[in-house]
Write a protein that binds this ligand. Structure first.
Ligand code: CTP
Length: 404
């Protein structure tokens, strides 16, 4: 799996740097080509001699080769790599990556790299928990960087908590999985809807909901990272999506979302409706701003089109259609009913009962029900990890059905 893969490791100044020589050995044994960049502080924790001996290449870290006086191109190294791994990644380096600061060789390579980037943070538990670190990390993930989440355990400070860099064997496994999944959806056309819809009352007011669009955006990015061409029909959302294989089609209302989805659906191999579509819209939209007059105001609402049901009716046997369900009672029975009624292949049930799940959270807790009766429940996870689980399930279904 890793034979011939070009892996660029960036080591920053953390005690966890001592684990990297072992990771280099594992990667080399698996047939990968490994190059390493070390920041000046990283060299205090592990010697460049150890690293260069193991990877069979000189260590990078300076803009100039002192012996030959030649300039080292950071662009070349970034283009060489199939994958860049920054491990251990300190809070300082992550903050600079987020802000686009390029004050060392590693950061210039990071900013010019075109390959996927994995980050394995390592730091003290309070530094890791700090809102600044968490926000930087979330932003980096939103931009497509992949997180190798730190484990919970004993830290160099003597404290115990989250912040310990994953063990080399675990990082190795995640790299292997990454390459195994890299092209799972290559050549597939994927349609994802995300975000809320806003239904206009008058020129300044609307009926909407609290959906951030994150779950659908994570799905779109996950499909794109695994090779698919993605059309993301995105309701009003603050999230900016930037991936060469994700085409964003912004919409505002349920009617606009319906129009885009129906247009794109016939060409889509896989469609996931993650949007929180408003079920009702005002029967009439006022041309002028409604003035405050009576003590009561009645706005008559009419149903919006059920986009997912419409797509379910058009679906061919070569297409996979996925819906989400948000239930507050009889969760399983309602989800199964929606699966059948809307002619879906898979329904993802969001649990609203659990702290941290659903609207406005970075995390979600879901269960899957598919048309074959297969059912699976997952613990609370980052929405990016939930997206990974959904892709995994769909890939299994695709291979079973041989939908091509
Ligand atoms: N959905 C849709 N069009 C709508 C409403 C919902 O495409 N007008 C899609 C959502 O994107 C989601 C699924 O239908 O994938 C389930 O949405 P939900 O609101 O839970 O279901 P409803 O069918 O609206 O049923 P109810 O509100 O009665 O639970």
């Amino acid at each position: 799996m890793l034979k011939g893969k070009k892996i660029l490791i960036g080591i920053t100044g953390s005690i966890a740097a001592y684990k990297i020589p072992l990771l280099i050995r594992l990667l080399k044994k698996a047939g990968a080509e490994v190059r390493v960049i070390m920041t000046p502080f990283a060299k205090e924790f592990v010697t460049p001699l150890t690293v260069s001996t193991l990877c069979g290449e000189p260590v990078y870290g300076d803009f100039f080769d002192r012996e030959t006086g030649q300039w080292q191109s950071h662009v070349d190294l970034g283009l060489w790599a199939d994958l860049m791994l920054i491990a251990p990644a300190t809070a300082n380096t992550m903050a600079k990556m987020q802000a686009g600061i390029a004050d060392n060789y590693l950061l210039t390579v990071y900013l010019s790299a075109r390959c996927p980037v994995m980050i394995a943070p390592a730091m003290d538990l309070d530094m890791y928990k700090h809102p600044a670190t968490q926000e930087n990390l979330q932003l980096l993930q939103k931009r497509g960087n992949l997180l190798i989440a730190p484990a919970t355990g004993e830290l160099a400070s003597g404290l115990c908590g989250e912040g310990r860099m994953e063990e080399p064997e675990q990082i190795f496994q995640q790299i292997e999985t990454f390459f195994r999944h890299e092209n799972r959806f290559a050549g597939r056309q994927v349609l994802v809807s995300a975000g809320p819809t806003f239904e206009a009352i008058d020129p300044v007011r609307f009926i909407g909901n609290h959906s951030s669009g994150l779950m659908g955006v994570e799905l779109a990015l996950a499909f794109a990272r695994e090779g698919a061409e993605v059309k993301l029909v995105l309701g009003p959302s603050a999230i900016k999506v930037n991936h060469p294989r994700v085409m964003v089609l912004p919409v505002t209302s349920a009617d606009e979302m319906n129009e885009q989805c129906r247009l794109l659906f016939p060409q889509s191999d896989i469609t996931v409706m993650a949007a929180a579509v408003a079920d009702y819209k005002p029967a009439e939209v006022y041309n002028e701003k409604l003035k405050k007059s009576n003590d009561e105001l009645v706005i008559r609402l009419v149903k919006t089109p059920d986009i997912l049901s419409g797509l379910g009716k058009q679906k061919t046997s070569k297409q996979l259609l996925v819906g989400f369900a948000l239930e507050t009672e009889q969760e399983e029975a309602n989800a199964l009913d929606k699966l059948k009624r809307k002619n879906l292949d898979l329904i993802v049930l969001n649990s609203l009962k659990d702290e941290g799940a659903g609207f406005g959270h970075q995390t979600n807790k879901v269960s899957f029900f598919d048309r074959t009766g297969h059912q699976e429940s997952f613990p609370l996870k980052q929405k990016s990890a939930v997206a990974g689980d959904i892709l995994h399930r769909l890939h299994t279904m695709m291979t079973m059905d041989d939908v091509k």
